[in-house]
Design a protein around this ligand. Sequence first.
Ligand SMILES: [Zn+2]
Length: 228
Amino acid sequence: MIRVERRETEKSKEAIDSLKREKSKNGSYNTLEVNKALREMFHGKCYICENKQVTSFQIEHLNPHRGNVDLKYDWNNLFLVCAHCNNTKLDRFAPILDCTKENIEELIAFRKKGYFGTDEKLIFDMLDFRIETQNTVKLLQEVYYGSTAQKKMEAAILRRILRKELSEFKEYVREYKEAEEEEKEDLRCLLQQHLKDSSPFAAFKRWLIRDNKEAYPDLFMYIDCGNC
Ligand SMILES: [Zn+2]
């Protein structure tokens, strides 16, 4: 999970207009305009698990609307989520952190410890102890590890995608460290792509660099984050 700017764009304006129209006739918040604007804003990633390889995206209400029409059609309350995370969250973890208002990576450290099979563990270290942060960590635990039999299977697939993506990233970092000066430039561009907001699992990649900033000071510079 990373911070996402809820910027005003052409697509977001169209989404807000469509929500206004739908609200007046008690229609659906799930319009084409809303879908397009959310895809753009969340870089085509689920805001909870940061997976991009998703076939079924859904629209989620950060604060459950439970029939409250203002919350139901409020653009600021709509988030792009994958089916796995949406079905995990439901309204069981409220309140969680709002990633459009807070820098999640300053509040939670995303780490993967160990290698292969049973040693491997994803860790969500709390750097802040508000109830919202505690609930977000509980949600992340359940998203990446599952609770029911079906969810555990889905979580295992998610972890496999994450593991592949992180291994590839680490391999480039290793190559970068060993590269001659003239090869470094290409690798630097590649690593910059991996560290951008639009990159899948950016929180895990950026925390890997934060945790090794003495070894990679020039990569640490690419992490676009105010205080950390
Ligand atoms: Zn997800």
